[in-house]
Design a protein around this ligand. Structure first.
Ligand code: SOE
Length: 402
């Protein structure tokens, strides 16, 4: 275990929030960026410190600490959770360890940030939500990493729906399309194993769009009718564990035990109807999360591949000159933009993690439950379970458990 001289972070003179992060691959790098930058851009009540990073391979975790600016390393997550120089545990591991780490961290008195989906099963998510609620009574906070709520354009969409700018919601159309599994020789990494990932495109991408659609709409789904499919059932085994979206294959093959694609229709509690599609086989689509909402007074549309823009149609304007307009979401009074660049100087994917860190720091300082809470994560988990149940029963309409 390497001991810190001083935790890395912005020297702001504010009280520190000492972060211990478990995992250091793709999400670990993204969260590091968030913690490193939030206190340098936003005026925060606490100063996030990159205190300790944890991973099983000592050399690899040290390399990650050096690259991302963490002050110390651990190779056992239990040791990290028990350290008294860690205030908040950030979980960036595959889904099979979320519950165990989060429960231990909450029991040890830490605040928790957990990557999505919250857990691999509803039962685990229920236990986590219960533990988070108890911990809230002791002043601890727990949040799920649904970072796409923190794109300024999606936050603006939420605000505009709440202001009534599209009126009564009729349709929500949402898809999350990637293509990194198109090649059948892409190896069988952890994201393709049910015991580690919980599910496939459904939990990885579907969880994001369920959370985002419900958040922007401001209401919950009531039931779903679903199809799932696994197109490539066997894949080469990877040479080494890989956590990113690239890997190298070796001899031998193994079974893919998760869905490759999930498609479902859904009803919102208000009666609005929705379509969802999550796939990693949409050839040419790299990270296309698209959301459209139609109400009786207007419509909104968003595409993550053009994330500084939000399309808006005001249906109350005269037909002669109405139409979709492109809002460039870079104005200082747009969500999160007050602290960034002058208008027109856009943001990117990584800024969502800076905003996530910013919002969580405020929640910790205020002692208030942040959104999305573990209860919100549990509700998404219930939607995912209903999708799987419906798909197993020939797409029968399946209500979402309350
Ligand atoms: C892989 O499909 C992945 O990295 C997801 O796991 C993330 O949650 C998403 O933001 C980007 O794509």
């Amino acid at each position: 275990m390497a001991q810190p001289q001083a935790s890395a972070g912005a020297d702001t003179g504010k009280p520190p929030l000492r972060v211990g992060m478990v995992g250091y691959a793709f999400m670990g790098a993204a969260h590091s960026q968030g913690w490193r930058t939030a206190g340098r851009v936003f005026d925060l009540p606490l100063s996030p410190q990159l205190a300790v990073i944890c991973g099983r391979n000592a050399d690899a975790v040290q390399a990650a600490a050096d690259r991302h600016g963490w002050a110390a390393t651990e190779t056992e997550w239990r040791a990290l959770v028990e350290r008294d120089d860690v205030d908040l545990v950030d979980i960036c591991t595959p889904g099979d360890s979320h519950a165990e780490i989060a429960l231990a961290a909450l029991a040890a008195g830490k605040h928790v940030l957990c990557e999505k989906p919250l857990a691999n099963t509803v039962a685990e998510a229920e236990e986590m939500a219960r533990a988070a609620e108890e911990a809230a009574g002791r002043g601890q906070v727990a949040m799920v990493g649904f970072n796409y709520r923190r794109v300024p354009a999606t936050a603006l969409a939420r605000r505009m729906v709440a202001e009534g700018r599209i009126g009564t919601l009729r349709h929500v159309r949402v898809s999350y399309l990637q293509d990194w599994l198109v090649d059948p020789q892409f190896p069988l990494t952890w994201r393709l194993r049910r015991e580690q990932a919980g599910s496939g495109s459904l939990g990885d991408l579907g969880a994001h769009i369920v959370d985002l659609a419900q958040h922007v709409a401001g209401e919950h789904l009531a039931g779903v009718s679903a199809l799932t499919e696994t197109f490539v059932k066997e894949r080469p085994l990877p040479t080494a564990p890989s956590s990113g979206l690239a890997a190298v294959s070796a001899a031998g093959t193994g079974q893919v035990t998760v869905d490759d694609a999930a498609v479902f229709t859904a009803r919102f509690a208000s009666g609005a109807v929705a379509t969802f599609e999550a796939t990693r086989y949409a050839t040419g689509r790299k990270n296309a999360l698209r959301l459209e909402l139609n109400g009786d007074r207007g419509s909104l549309a968003f595409d993550l591949e053009r994330l500084n823009e939000l399309e808006y149609h005001d249906g109350t304007e005269p037909g002669t000159h109405s139409g979709f307009r492109r809002i460039l979401v870079t104005e200082p009074d747009h969500p999160y933009l007050e602290a960034w660049w002058p208008p027109g100087h856009g943001l990117g994917y990584e800024h969502t993690f800076v905003h996530q860190a910013r919002d969580l720091v405020h929640a910790v300082a205020d002692g208030r439950t942040p959104e999305p809470s573990f209860a919100d994560g549990l509700q998404v988990q219930r939607v995912l379970a209903a999708v799987e149940e419906s798909a197993q029963k020939n797409s029968v309409y399946t209500p979402i458990a309350a």
